[in-house]
Structures are given as C-alpha cells and as structure tokens.
Ligand binder design. Structure first.
Ligand code: SAH
Length: 243
C-alpha cells in the first residue's frame, strides 16, 4: 500500500527539520507542497519530482497527492512548521476518506510558536493559547471571542497569521480586544522569518504592539501578567511562586 507522509518541515532552516522528516524526504520520490515551502528544500533534495498548486488550492493539492500515491509511489506532502498545526494534516485525513487504500502518516515538525519562542527567550513557559488571525476559514466573530477568552484568562497568547495585505489592521483590532483585559505594559514579542534568512525579533509593550505593522511571515507573542523582559529576553516564569 502506498502512503502519503504529511510532513512538517520546521520553521525554515534545514537544521530545524527533524531527522524523521529528512528521512521521509529522502525516501519519497514525489514531494508536493505550496511553492514557498518547496523552495526551502529543493536545493537539498534536487532529484525529486516537485508538484505544487497555488495558495488556497489546498484541496486540489491533497487530491493531487492521493492521485500520485494511487499510482503506487509514496508521496511527501510538505508544510512549514508542524503539519498538524494550521497545516495540511487535517485536510489530508478528510479527503483520505475517499481513498481508503492509501496510507497516511503525519510527521510532526517544530511549529512557529516553539521556534519563535526560542528566539525570544522563554515566553511560553506557562499556559498559552494559539490563535490564528486569519478569517479565511474562521469567522472573525469567533476569532474575537477566542481572543477575549484567552486574554481574560491571562493566557500567554501566540498569534499566527497576524496580518496580510487584505487584513492590514487585524493585529490592531486584536490588540484592542486584548487591551480590555491585559495592561498596556504587558511584555510582547514579535519574531519574523524564524529559522530563515533575515530572522529578527523585537520585544515591545502591548501598547506599542498595537501600532506595529507586521506581515504574514511573523509570529506574535503576548505575555501574561507575569511575563518579563530580562536582559533582552522575553520570559514568562514557570509558576507564580517566588523562586
Ligand atoms: N504549520 C505552520 C503554521 C502555518 S500558518 C507551523 O506549524 O508553524 C502560517 C503562519 O505561521 C504565518 O503567518 C506565521 O504567523 C507563522 N509562521 C510560520 N512559519 C514562520 C516563520 N518561519 N517565521 C515566522 N512566522 C512563521
């Protein structure tokens, strides 16, 4: 039975890919993914057949993977970060209903939250909530409710998809909701191009985060009430007791 390996590549750098993901890419002759991710690995695995569809054609990309696998070859469907976190693993499982003879294996990777947290210091040491600001697949009202709930409960909040050209003011809108519950001086961090060329980060207050322009290659971290800046690092203490 041939198989689709839904594989998380990690945030970017080859050395942030798991050994298992690397073995999968070595093993599979056909690699399918969004062009940006394929460009990250093409040099390292030059002898593969690469197939792609444009962004927002995810279902077509999945069907393409099943059609290739049905011809009797193992296929790697690649995503950035972790395949099961805003990645392709869910859709592959859903579409896989129509292809019971094809195996599916999900190969996890380092997600932007943990990759970015390592760049900033240690912001995710305590309970945290991950929220995507993309309203392509989730109604904005639901995103707002989740922001409200996470902020009210004093979670550290990690925001994926914080902005795009069409959604330039979404981060500002999200900060306005969070500011109802968290103080203006709450320690926040942004990390751009995690594990990729031009990686950079900044630590700033929630008030200043509200004014910040970020792009879709950025992950945003909003601290909890105990998060601190220590020697240029964003640190959330492990607990609330004195150490
Ligand atoms: N499956 C991916 C997430 C895809 S959603 C993962 O697990 O990381 C896309 C969003 O993830 C981006 O808008 C950004 O917020 C975040 N992201 C993914 N890779 C990133 C990187 N290298 N640097 C900064 N943010 C990244």
């Amino acid at each position: 039975m041939s198989k689709i390996y839904v594989t998380g590549l990690g945030p970017g750098a080859a050395d942030q890919m798991t050994i298992k993901a690397k073995h999968v890419l070595e093993h599979c002759h056909v690699i399918i993914g969004y062009t940006v991710y394929i460009d990250l690995i093409r040099d390292e695995f030059p002898d593969k057949i690469y197939l792609s569809t444009p962004m927002r054609k995810e279902a077509d990309r999945c069907r393409m993977a099943f059609e290739e696998a049905a011809r009797g070859q193992d296929v790697a469907m690649v995503c950035s970060g972790d395949a099961g976190i805003y990645g392709m693993a869910g859709l592959i499982c859903e579409i896989g209903k129509d292809y019971p003879d094809i195996g599916i294996e999900v190969v996890p990777g380092i997600t932007a939250a943990s990759g970015g947290a390592a760049v900033l210091g240690a912001p995710l040491m305590h309970d945290f909530a991950v929220i995507s600001l993309s309203d392509l697949l989730t109604p904005w009202e639901k995103i707002e409710r989740r922001l409200e709930a996470a902020a009210e409960a004093d979670f550290v909040i990690c925001l994926y998809n914080p902005s795009s050209r069409k959604r330039a003011d979404y981060l500002q809108k999200a900060c306005d909701i969070v500011l109802k519950y968290k103080k203006e001086n709450t320690v926040c961090g942004i990390v751009r191009n995690i594990g990729r060329e031009g990686e950079n980060c900044e630590i700033l207050s929630l008030k200043n985060l509200r004014e910040k322009k970020v792009d879709m290659f950025t992950t945003v971290f909003i601290g909890n009430s105990a998060t601190m800046e220590l020697n240029g690092r964003m640190v959330t203490p492990r607990g609330y007791r004195d150490v």
